[in-house]
Design a protein. Structure first.
Length: 446
């Protein structure tokens, strides 16, 4: 009798397990799908854009700082097809990320990808940065001292570049990374999106005061029709959005579960009066990418290179798209540290490069102005006035900031730009401001 009971129990347990496995195979929960799609995307981009080892990327970039569930994810890299597939326990929640030349990696769900690609940018001349990639580093020992202090560079740093008076005067790279390695800027990409809009304003194809109903006609049926480009850039549109990366939220659902990212974000309703509430939103920046691309007859895929990156000599840049060929202008731009420094220098120079006025006169200053609804911590052009690490504003500095410790500090009073890229989780509360202050002291000592 006892043996029969045990047999019935085991049989029931096995039956439940089979049903559970079948359910997970057919209907994996969103949390699992977010994990595998995130893993496939990060590995794909780092392998095919940055040329890194896939197993190292999985273990160091994805698993080490992430959710315990990520440690159970395996990857398969098809270099011929340029595809990365990720699965949980080698079975569940399969996810695919596909590489296309010039456009990087895209997570593919229900939609297929177009055959669009972008040609590589021409090589730079043999010249001193920023016209070329040669550098003449400062001999000031105090700069070298600051860049040799691992505490100032922060745990997980990968690249630091210091620009003073328009020249790179110091740089340092972690083992395995160098001046040729494209690195992900995460939300620093948002400021690039703002600058692409600025370039279109300069050419007369956009304006800060226009609405978004041309791209999203259904907005005209409610209060969203009154939201302007300026409201969106200031992160004060009033649209509902949850930017929490710790769970399945609006931002993770958009980035890792959707083919049409801007379409998903545009479905968010208004939850507050426009201009009254500051709500940091990657959905906002991705919506803006769709809006500026709709201004161009060819869909705008070549525009960032032609209007911004190639004029600035940013030859390493890959700005990635979703499956609808909308640029993910909130999150996914890869570039070398020297190219990120070019972009910071460009903003420091008020949108002028080699005598060419790429942004409208006064536009960069407008970008740097504080958003009233943010209590002075955020600028009108998709950048930060508050220093990284939740530190108070520092003099007239402004900051580009991205997930896991990415930053570009722009210091107009000191004619200085400091780029810091790495893998530094926010829980470490790292800030590059002490490094910047040490560098300023070094310049003052000369």
């Amino acid at each position: 009798m006892f043996g029969k009971a045990i047999g019935i129990f085991i049989g029931g347990f096995v039956g439940i397990a089979v049903v559970l496995v079948g359910y997970l195979l057919l209907f994996p929960p969103d949390l699992l799908r977010v994990g595998t799609n995130y893993s496939a995307k990060i590995v794909c981009s780092n392998v095919f854009i940055a040329g890194r080892d896939p197993d190292q990327v999985l273990s160091v970039d994805v698993q080490a700082p992430g959710h315990p569930l990520l440690k159970q994810i395996s990857i398969d890299v098809d270099r011929e097809a340029q595809i990365v597939e990720a699965r949980l326990f080698k079975i569940f929640a399969p996810a695919i990320s596909q590489y296309r030349a010039g456009l990087g990696c895209t997570n593919v769900h229900l939609a297929g990808l177009s055959n669009q690609t972008l040609a590589a940018s021409p090589d730079l001349p043999d010249s001193i940065w920023p016209l070329g990639n040669d550098v003449e580093l400062s001999e000031n020992p105090r700069i070298a001292e600051a860049l040799s202090d691992d505490a100032l560079l922060g745990e997980g740093y990968r690249a630091v570049v210091v620009v003073r008076n328009g020249r790179i005067v110091g740089e340092r790279y972690a083992q395995g990374f160098d001046e040729t390695t494209p690195l992900l800027g995460w939300s620093m990409t948002k400021t690039v999106t703002a600058s692409l809009i600025g370039a279109l304003i300069q050419s007369g194809e956009m304006s800060l005061g226009e609405s978004l109903v041309e791209s999203f006609p259904n907005w005209a049926q409610d209060g969203r029709g009154d939201i302007t480009i300026a409201d969106m850039l200031a992160m004060s549109s009033g649209l509902e959005w949850n930017e929490d990366y710790g769970d399945v939220s609006d931002v993770t659902r958009m980035l890792y579960l959707k083919d049409d990212l801007a379409g998903f974000a545009s479905e968010r309703p208004a939850e507050s009066e426009t201009g009254r509430v500051f709500n940091y939103s990657s959905g906002t920046s991705t919506i803006l990418s769709r809006v500026w691309q709709d201004k161009l007859n060819d869909g705008g895929l070549s525009y960032p290179k032609e209007a911004l990156f190639e004029p600035l000599g940013m030859t390493s840049v890959v700005l990635e798209t979703d499956a609808t060929d909308t640029y993910i202008g909130s999150s996914y731009m890869y570039a070398t540290a020297r190219d990120w420094a070019r972009f910071g220098q460009f903003l420091l120079q008020q949108g002028v490069w080699q005598g060419q006025q790429i942004l409208p006169k006064g536009f960069a200053n407008w970008m740097f102005e504080p958003v009233a609804a943010s209590d002075g911590i955020y600028g009108k052009g998709h950048l930060w006035i508050e220093a990284p690490g939740d530190l108070p504003p520092f003099e007239d500095a402004v900051w580009l900031q991205g997930h896991d410790g990415q930053s570009i500090g722009i210091f107009p009073s000191y004619d200085m730009v400091v780029v810091r890229l790495g893998l530094t989780p926010s829980k470490l509360s790292y800030s590059p401001l002490p490094l910047a202050k040490k560098l300023i002291a070094a310049f003052d000592s000369q």
